[in-house]
Design a binder for this molecule. Structure first.
Ligand code: NAD
Length: 352
């Protein structure tokens, strides 16, 4: 099969980690007989320098015509003095909007070999951790009516039935391929929008009889994530709760250099990027951990192309390299072997 992928290296370490992910994709393509047609386009600070805008029209067009988008990271000190509406990060908002991406997937996986990097006690983690937070991305309080009047200010949390239905379906579809358990997080004891959320999620759950659904209030969920994270598999929640809980869940796993993400729309097209930024402090020094980017590429194979075996192969290769003791600086610990960005990429390819 042939798959068209728009590749946006972006700025700083974005370029370095994307280079490794592209190499990994080529290795997977030749092993499994797929053609990954890659089109590189600019967005972020480098696009501001070249075209005067963070998201050139042509970049968005290429992304819209592609089956998926791989993005490194955008931004850096060079563009920090620009006004908010002209900054490199505007490219991310423009891409999400332009591609209609409403679901944000943030896995928090703790590899056995990196257990010591977790702030949690070993007995709480057990053998490993594998949670995925499905966050609604284009609704709720971040997009609701807001303003100021006299001596007060307000923001509005608003969700339609359709918005909740579509994010719930994303979560249940993922749960079917995992442990068949969804925890829906809300604040239905207080918020009317959460009561609607709960009703709609329950209705959608009826379409998935093999999946168990549990509801949890957000304050309890925040506590349970550190008290007993192993009870979670798929968490589905609103934009703001998801923003907070996905950061909390991901930090259970240690380094930011290990965290991938995916944003999905109504068709199978998605945008896949590491959670981290352009890391100007280590850019251009072969120090960046490429694993978050490489696992993001694996997510692309799994969620946009339905290539589960190929995605597994990448994830297993990452696990093997960690088991063999290779570490970039951010996940280094005594007795392990320090490698650079490029060597980490090469070793992962060797294990595919
Ligand atoms: P950052 O994630 O770039 O870096 C935070 C810290 O983590 C730094 O010390 C960095 O060296 C380290 N780090 C990050 N990724 C790493 C990796 N793969 N391997 C090893 N170490 C890694 O966050 P920041 O410093 O707040 O932001 C830097 C720039 O990136 C800013 O311009 C910011 O706006 C932008 N940013 C972009 C995105 C994105 O493109 N999605 C996300 C966050 C920040």
């Amino acid at each position: 099969m042939k798959y068209n992928i728009a590749v946006i290296p972006g700025d700083g370490i974005g370029r370095e980690v994307v280079e490794q992910a592209v190499k990994v994709l080529k290795a997977v393509g030749s092993k499994y007989g797929h053609i990954f047609e890659l089109t590189e386009v600019d967005a972020g600070g480098c696009a501001i320098d070249k075209y005067g805008v963070a998201l050139p029209e042509e970049t968005l067009e290429v992304c819209k015509k592609s089956d998926a988008v791989l993005l490194g990271a955008v931004g850096g000190p060079k563009w920090d003095t620009l006004p908010g509406s002209e900054r490199p990060e505007q490219a991310l908002l423009g891409l999400r909007k332009g591609l209609g991406l409403f679901a944000n997937l943030r896995p928090a996986v703790l590899h056995n070999a990196l257990k010591e990097a977790s702030p949690l006690k070993p007995e709480i983690i057990g053998e490993s951790l594998d949670i995925i937070v499905v966050r609604e991305l284009t609704g709720g309080i971040y997009f609701g009516d807001r303003g100021r009047s006299g001596n007060y200010a307000y923001d509005t949390e608003k969700y339609s039935i359709e918005e909740v239905e579509r994010i719930a379906r994303v979560a249940f579809d993922i749960a079917i391929k995992r442990k068949k358990k969804v925890v829906s997080v809300d604040k239905a004891n207080i918020l009317e929008s959460s009561r609607l959320w709960r009703e709609v999620v329950e209705r959608v759950a009826e379409e998935y009889p093999e999946v168990t659904l549990e509801h949890m209030y957000v304050d309890n969920a925040a506590m349970q994530l550190v008290r007993n994270p192993k009870q979670f598999d798929v968490i589905v929640t609103s934009n703001m709760f998801g923003d907070i809980l996905s950061d909390e869940a991901s930090m259970l796993t240690g380094s930011i250099g290990m965290l991938p993400s995916a944003s999905l729309g109504t068709d199978r097209r998605g945008m896949y990027e590491p959670v981290h930024g352009s890391a100007p402090d280590i850019a251009g020094q072969d120090k960046a951990n490429p694993i978050a980017m490489i696992i993001s590429a694996a997510m692309m194979l799994r969620y946009s192309f339905d290539l589960a075996e190929e995605a597994d192969a990448i994830e297993k290769a990452v696990g093997s390299v960690l088991d063999q003791g290779y570490r970039t600086g951010d996940i280094m610990s005594p007795g392990m072997k320090l490698v650079g960005t490029n060597e980490m990429g090469e070793r992962i390819i060797d294990n595919i």
